[in-house]
Design a protein around this ligand. Structure first.
Ligand SMILES: Cc1cc2nc3c(=O)[nH]c(=O)nc-3n(C[C@H](O)[C@H](O)[C@H](O)COP(=O)(O)OP(=O)(O)OC[C@H]3O[C@@H](n4cnc5c(N)ncnc54)[C@H](O)[C@@H]3O)c2cc1C
Length: 504
């Protein structure tokens, strides 16, 4: 390895556009290796969709609230010779979450004994199916996981022997919902193990069966909260970049990526200033970057016309409420619409459901750093169509919010929620697009159908331009936090493999 202090000034200059979890994970690895790293972030805080939202004394996560596969995060810190526990305080949640249906609720646990007991309470007679789920999905997970750390920037890497061996696990026929039919017959029980496809913004009836690894990793490794919110992870990562002599500059919007022929030369900032880089890594949202950060006509494979033919995830309607009360209610509660299947097809087909499923986070039940004494933070998320739907959110937002609050009061323990709201913030799909630079407000990025995965997802080493790389939810392996951290490992690996020093 390069002597760090000797090489920081001499090594390749790497510019990273965006301080989301993707950009920061790549930045900390490259800075640790001695690269001269500069992260340019348009917002005034790091984290992107994982940044904090502070409403007076109330603190929220903007997006991610479930930390799964914590070991991937630990590994990322290990690769920088650090321990995640020295920077962050983790709390394993048990139960992981509550699932609330109109006629029953179930509390899911990664403690296998507790899970068996709960299953027997709600769905007696399914214990054998649960055991099969644990053991068969473990084997598939083991075949798939190693391949997520590979880069599929060339056809040769895609056709590697290891991947070929794992292909049957990736390309299992059918959907995640079909796959769960191998373990459970009742539709609602299958939903309890497949609703996780919504983390990818997809429907359980169309999300590929390979993604059964998501419920599997939850049940195997659990779900964590981070004290102060998951936004603390991005903060810790930015701190490590700085400790490693990298720079993280906020309030610096990149206007254009500068090119000469098929080579990237640097970036132009919003104020017109130009910065030269040897390599540029794009963490800003993929669809946004392709359509806004290049000279018109420069990008062919992902031109605006071609992006329109790609499948993108749904969006999310968000409400963050600072309330002057503490509720005895689950930390994570997912509340299903009466007709969940119709709700999902409404989202896919661009309609607002009359009866929507929603997610309520009551993190103050676990973490008293988020709100003043006796008060709490309530985070509400409703999956809704992305902006291809042309829904007019200026017109719809207020009535949608009122319906949501009615449903929360009716279907959860937060019966008098409205009476206790001190402060609130809303984010609609339109705002995701306008304020957060999220292409068509598709909060969970490019969909994860088989034709947009692995070699078929935009490559970590960008296809069309030399010395341009991607990191984050829009590239391989995909759009949840652990896979985004893996994308940081893959992209940093591609760059450090090609590392050359200047001036030596
Ligand atoms: C509501 C919601 C809930 C989610 N919940 C979970 C969850 O519970 N668990 C989970 O694992 N995942 C979850 N996700 C998915 C995913 O983990 C997050 O979206 C994650 O933050 C995406 O990381 P990223 O690095 O790809 O992009 P981002 O977080 O979007 O980071 C991109 C960065 O680029 C910056 N940027 C954009 N344009 C420019 C520009 N021109 N110049 C400079 N900077 C720019 C942005 O400001 C941003 O900081 C959730 C997502 C959302 C939206």
């Amino acid at each position: 390895m390069l002597p760090r202090d000797a090489c920081t000034r001499k090594s390749e200059k790497i510019g990273i556009i965006g301080a989301g979890p993707g950009g920061l994970s790549c930045a900390m690895l490259l800075a640790h290796k001695g690269f001269d790293v500069t992260v340019l972030e348009k917002a005034s805080e790091v984290g992107g969709r994982s940044a904090p939202i502070n409403l007076e004394a109330f603190k929220f996560d903007t997006g991610p609230t479930f930390l799964m596969m914590k070991y991937v995060l630990d590994e990322l810190f290990d690769l920088c010779d650090r321990k995640s526990a020295d920077y962050l305080q983790f709390k394993l949640l048990d139960p992981m979450y509550q699932l609330s249906f109109p006629d029953f609720y179930i509390q899911m646990s990664n403690n296998k004994e507790r899970m068996r007991n709960e299953l027997n309470r709600v769905f007696p007679g399914n214990e054998e199916g649960l055991n099969k789920f644990y053991s068969r999905e473990k084997k598939k997970y083991e075949r798939i996981i190693k391949n997520l750390y590979k880069d599929y920037s060339s056809l040769a890497s895609f056709l590697s022997l290891k991947l070929i061996a794992a292909l049957p696990s990736f390309f299992l026929g059918g959907s995640i919902f079909d796959n769960l039919g191998n373990y459970f017959k009742e539709e609602k029980l299958r939903i309890c193990f497949t609703f996780q496809s919504k983390y990818l913004g997809m429907s359980p009836w169309e999300c590929p069966a390979a993604f059964t690894i998501i419920p599997f990793v939850e049940h195997e490794y659990g779900i964590y909260h981070v004290i102060g919110g998951l936004n603390q992870i991005s903060k810790a990562m930015a701190q490590i970049v700085k400790e490693e002599n990298g720079a993280v500059i906020t309030d610096q919007k990149v206007k254009k990526i500068e090119t000469s022929g098929n080579k990237v030369t640097g970036v132009q900032l919003q104020d017109g200033k130009k910065l030269a880089f040897d390599k540029v890594i794009v963490n800003a949202d993929f669809g946004y970057s392709m359509s806004k950060l290049f000279q018109p006509g420069k990008i062919k494979k992902y031109s605006s016309a071609k992006l329109q033919k790609k499948k993108f995830s749904c969006s999310a309607f968000m409400l963050y409420l600072g309330v002057d009360k503490k509720y005895v209610a689950p930390h994570h509660n997912i509340v299903f619409a009466e007709d969940y299947r119709k709700n999902i097809s409404d989202i896919q087909e661009g309609r607002l459901s009359e009866d929507s499923s929603f997610y309520v986070q009551n993190a103050s039940v676990t973490d008293d750093t988020l709100a003043p004494n006796g008060k709490s933070t309530i985070y509400l998320l409703v999956p809704v169509p992305n902006n291809r739907s042309n829904i007019d959110w200026n017109e719809k937002a207020e009535s949608f919010k009122e319906t949501l609050l009615n449903n929360v009061e009716e279907r959860t323990p937060l019966k008098d929620l409205r009476d206790h709201i001190e402060i609130e913030k809303m984010i609609t799909p339109k705002q995701w697009e306008q304020d957060y630079n999220v292409y068509i407000g598709s909060t969970f990025n490019l969909a994860h159908n088989l034709s947009q995965m692995l070699y078929f997802r935009p490559h970590n080493k960008f296809e069309e331009l030399k010395n341009l790389y991607l990191v984050g939810g829009g590239t391989h392996p995909g759009s949840g936090l652990p896979t985004i951290y893996i994308s940081g490992i893959v992209t940093a690996g591609l760059i450090s493999k090609n590392h050359t020093l200047h001036n030596t």
